[in-house]
Structure formats: structure tokens, C-alpha cells
Design a protein around this ligand. Sequence first.
Ligand code: SF4
Length: 463
Amino acid sequence: MDKLSHYTIRTSDRRVFRRCLRKWSFQSSLRGNWKYRGTEQNINFWFGSAIHFAMEDYHGYNVFGDPRIAFWAYYQAFPEDELPAGAEDYYPLGISMLSYYLTWYKRHNAASDFETALVNLKTGELTDPHHKDPSAQYYPAVEQTFMIPLNVWVAVDENDNIVKTYWNASDLPELFMDDTFILDGKGCKLVPINYHGTIDRVVFDKLGRLWILDYKTAKGADTNKLDTDDQISAYMWAFTKLFGQKPYGFIYLQLTKEAVQEPKRLKNGSLSVDKRQKTTYSLLKQAIIEEYGKVENAPSNIIQFLNYMAEQEAPEGDRFIRWDFVKRSEEELAAHERHIYGELRQMLNPDLYCYPSPTRDCIWDCPVRDWCLALDRNDTSMIEEFMRNFEKRPHDEDGNVDPWRENIPWPDENGMYKDKDGNMKPLPSLEEIIDYDLNMTIELDSDRYASEGTFNFAYEEKE
Ligand code: SF4
């Protein structure tokens, strides 16, 4: 029974379900369950995983001692010919973003003093690191994958895994509790449906309150969506089910894919007041003090520009990194649970006709556009050609397998790691890691990270 328990829904599935039934039917584990063969080639998802891994290590076991070294280790986990196009460009960007994160976090975390929660290995309970039992064993609450049973069961065809019908657990016919049974003349298996997701980090604040913390890398921070964001609602709902207590709130931490730059200078060497420059208030202030001794001595247009830069920064952060603290009431979580079950009932309807929902976004948000077009043209050779790049995701994996994790060059107790050729080497110094991209061939274009042109493929989406 366990082997077939990975019929899941995720928040990303639900979003695709609402966006386009045809796309959803291709990739959902309740339907086609197709996934792209080989290494993730979407640079945005690949890079998102890199930043998540760096944060996971830094705020978890901190084996590498610095998120930039963990970021380098992630890069090493891929053979050169499997790196997605543009990975070399993203290396210095990642190093720059993480360098800024270190200073940003120190400054912004001073007030709340968030610390990673510990999970008791034996009981699964969350513990404040300040109140841990010295005799117990713990692991840090980072990258916490969850499977919440939805108490809904489906009968799936034992040959093609297609969902035939479903029951709430309370209505489940006893007859069907065996592993296999006959339904409408076909051999079927009974499997439970789970809500699947990964919580990036659980933290305690200095008042002992629990928060979920989630990282997002994006071309720009978006705060308009937070009140209605379904991942926030779903994760707070899931957390409550998992740990038996409602989290105090959700910290939505957004890292913009932009490298922080030193303040710009004009040809004559004086500081520029160009508002488009990608610098910060503190870097500008530091440059002014270095040049004029104190801010008051600077020319008025530079002081005005410094004031402008100050206005761009809020307690939540600046244009490069910000975090927002979001709450959900008990009523909102209960409503969200109803939404989940409402969507699930529609998803499980075996008669649901999965029609396409074409929009102007198909060109950039759909990885199966060619297949979609070929279907309507009945172009079988095109469909065959397209499907060569896809394979069925096994139903005994949880949809979140990261093969690259096996290749992370973890250091041994002597600080030695195995390189791509299998040779043992000392871990490079931080300086070498920061300059690692100097040996790569990079064509720099300052706006390239902003051109998302990305696919929105549910299983690869880093929630
Ligand atoms: S191309 Fe558009 S309509 Fe077709 S499957 Fe993709 S999202 Fe749906």
C-alpha cells in the first residue's frame, strides 16, 4: 500500500489546475504524471534550488560554514555538460546575492532574533534551540518535506495507474481494504491521497513564537499577493496538521535576482545621483563618508540622493532582499481547507474533460505547448517526438527527488572533498570560491536575469 501512496497534490499542482486543465493532466500525479528526463534545464528553477540549498545548509547543519561555499558545492554537483544554459552567468549572481544576504540578515534579524527550530528525533516535536534537552537528539527544521493524509482514497487501475473513483475515508468500503480488487471488471489498487510540500525553514523568534520561513528568488519583490497567496495559507494549514499547533505567522523572504553594486561614479570620479543604479543606502552612505568625512559635508544633490535611498528602504528590507510577516486566522485556514477539498473533488472526477485554456502566456509559461498544439492537429509524429523528452514519474517517489544531492561534495572531517574526477582535495578557500567564475567564459548582460522567459512546470517549481 505504501508504494502507491504518492498520489499527491501540491500547491503548484493546484495552481496549474486552475490555469489549464490540459497542462495539469499532463503532469499531475493524479493523471499523466509525466516529467522531463534528465537534469533540470530551466535555469530559473536550477538557480532557485541552488539558493535554497545554500540557505538550507547555512541555517541548518552549516557544514560548509558559509552559504557561498554551499552554493559552490551545489554547482559542483552537476557534470559540466549537464549544467543548464546560463549556469556560468548565474554563479557570480548567486555569490553576490548571498554576500549581500549575510550583511542584510545580520542587520534585519537583530530585532526578532529568529533561530532555526530543532526537531526532536524521537518525538518529532519542535523545540526552541534555547530550551533543548541536552540528553535528546535533534535535527534542524530546514527543508521539511511533508505528506499530509487528506483522508481521501482512490481506486487506481493496477496497470495504467489511472484514477477510477474515490471515497472519503469514512465511506471506504471495507471490501476494498485489500491491496487489489476488481472494479468494473478491471484490477484496481486502493491508494490514499496526500498533500505534499516542503517547508524551507521553521524558526522561533525571541518571544518563543513559531514561524514558517520561505525563500523566493524572483526578478522583483511582490507584496501585493501576500494576503491571498495560497501557498502561505496551505503551508500554515499543513503546519497545523503536522505539528498540532498553528504557527504564529509566515515569513515570506524574497531575494531579487540582482547583484548589489558599489555606488556609481561619474567620469570625473564624483558620486552619481542616478536613481537607476543598483546600490543600497548603506553602501552610498559609506562612500559619502569616505569621500567627505561626514554626510553633512557632501553636496546637497548627493545628500538628497542619500535621503531618496533611505526612503527606498523599509523595516522589511530593500529592493534586493525583503521579508514580510504574514498572518492567517483560524477562519482563513478552515476556509483554505475547504478550498483544498473542493479542488481535490474536481481533480478526482474521472469524467473531468481536461480542455486547454490558451492565453497569451502559453508561449512562456507552458512547457508542453508543442504537445498541446500537436494534439489538436492530431500530429502523431510530433507528439512522439515531443514525448521522447519525457518519462513517467514513478508512483513510489514523492515528486521531490533531487538526484544532485548525491553528488554534493561534502567535506570529510579533514576538510577534504571528492572532486568530479574522484580525487580528494581540500575545500577551496572562500576567496577562491568567490573568484571561481573568473575561470569561466561569461558574457555579461546586466538585465539577463530579469528576462524570466520561464516555464511553470509544477513538479520542478520550488514552492
Ligand atoms: S499551451 Fe496553453 S492551452 Fe495548451 S496546455 Fe499549455 S497552457 Fe494549456
